[in-house]
Design a binder for this molecule. Structure first.
Ligand SMILES: Cc1ncc(COP(=O)(O)O)c(C=O)c1O
Length: 399
């Protein structure tokens, strides 16, 4: 067996199931889950219809590259959303569809990491989406965690990384808006990272799958490709962005996203993926074209999240330390007691499931940035989110 398999950590939801095992929540309270980041708003009808209308595509093998129509739809979306110069981006060279960003965030590390060099590092935020860590480990690299805490406003301290470690770094994962913090990286920070990537020759993988769930319509989160253009990196050298329809369009089951950026890396990633065998089914491509070509349903989606954040924050704000994030559908409050005890007690007394912060983070020399925090995913229906918030409030007031 691959010895690196034994270095993988248990997944957060496995730990959560174990934490809840043996608890008997009151059966007069309906269960409410805010633990999994799975959107529950309805998927757009027109995307489902596009899928139904294209089932005949099942009779042929799809291309790993995806159809040119899909790559053009993605290209148009990227240009419009991030105000890219259309001269710089080419659907033939800079874009690859992927079957959800999860598999692609994993596969990119297998493509990039060169284990013939000494001790390659893969840097990532801490707390983080656990795929980054598993991808690094299975690619034979060492994960290097960059803490994001209230003290640093949930932005990693890149200037605190030594030159020696930057030299070892082959891949840097960033997540903006962040899961679980909801923090958006400022453009200046992205620009600085692109300069560091150039200096130390590493790839930036920017996970932007929450970029469309924001509050201020006049200020959508900035992306890595637009930051690259701002400093004259018009080939997006060392830069890759990962986007998904799962959160933007409530289509997590479609498994549809894309990677875009540096044409040389995309070319190698395409090569890897040809062997990996992960072409997107044709009817999923048709639904994806429909979804990337419409903004109205995304606006409706944002409005629904805004309403939930307003209601939940209003209920919780004076019993727990909690802030509205820049973007995403997560709250990341501080707990008055240990996060695991908080989750267990909340489940046992109120039948509400949330995720302990330390299941999303690792110990560092001095702290674990997930300790005494919990992640609440405001994915349930509005009324359920309101009830969950009231129960959390009651739990805190009684405890
Ligand atoms: C930060 C982050 N990145 C990527 C993903 C994967 O999304 P998908 O594979 O559905 O595109 C998730 C899913 O929860 C996530 O939270």
């Amino acid at each position: 067996m691959n010895p690196n398999l034994s270095h993988l950590h248990r997944y957060p939801f496995e730990k959560l199931a174990q934490l809840k095992a043996g608890c008997l929540p009151p059966d007069n309270l309906e269960p409410i889950s805010l633990s999994i980041g799975e959107p529950k708003h309805p998927a757009p009808d027109f995307a489902l219809q596009a899928m139904i209308d294209n089932l005949s595509g099942l009779a042929s093998y799809p291309l790993t590259k995806g159809s040119i129509l899909l790559r053009e739809a993605i290209n148009n979306w990227l240009v419009q959303r991030f105000k890219l110069n259309s001269e710089n981006i080419d659907p033939e060279k800079n874009i690859l569809p992927v079957n959800g960003t999860r598999e692609a965030l994993f596969a990119i590390a297998q493509t990039i990491i060169d284990t013939t060099t000494d001790n390659p590092l893969v840097m990532m935020p801490n707390p983080f989406y656990q795929i980054y860590e598993g991808a690094a480990i299975l690619a034979g690299a060492e994960p290097y965690y960059l803490n994001t805490t209230g003290d640093n406003h949930f932005l990693p301290d890149f200037d605190g990384v030594s030159s020696k470690n930057w030299q070892r770094c082959q891949l840097l994962y960033i997540c903006s808006p962040g899961n679980p913090t909801g923090r958006v990286m400022p453009k200046e920070m992205l620009m600085h990272l692109i300069e560091l990537a150039d200096k130390f020759d590493f790839t930036i993988v920017s996970d932007e799958c929450y970029s469309e769930l924001y509050f201020d319509e006049s200020q959508p989160p900035v992306g890595l490709l637009e930051a690259a253009e701002s400093i004259g990196n018009t080939t997006y050298k060392n830069c890759l962005v990962f986007h998904s329809l799962s959160k933007r369009s409530n289509l997590p089951g479609l498994r549809s996203g894309f990677v875009a950026g540096d044409a040389d890396i995309i070319q190698q990633f395409f090569r890897y993926r040809t062997y990996h065998g992960c072409a997107m089914p044709p009817h999923h491509q048709a639904a994806s074209i429909a979804a990337w070509s419409d903004e109205q349903h995304v606006l409706t989606n944002r409005n629904q999240y805004r309403e939930k954040f307003d209601i939940v924050l209003d209920i919780l704000k004076d019993v727990i330390e909690v802030e509205r994030p820049d973007a995403s559908f997560y709250l990341w409050p501080k707990t008055p007691i240990d996060d695991e005890l908080f989750c267990k007690g909340l489940y046992a007394q109120q039948n509400v499931t949330v995720l302990p912060g330390k299941y999303l983070s690792r110990d560092s020399a001095d702290i674990n940035p997930g300790t005494n925090r919990v992640r609440l995913a405001l994915v349930a229906e509005l009324e359920q989110c309101r009830i969950a918030a009231q129960r959390i409030r009651e739990f805190i007031e009684i405890s």
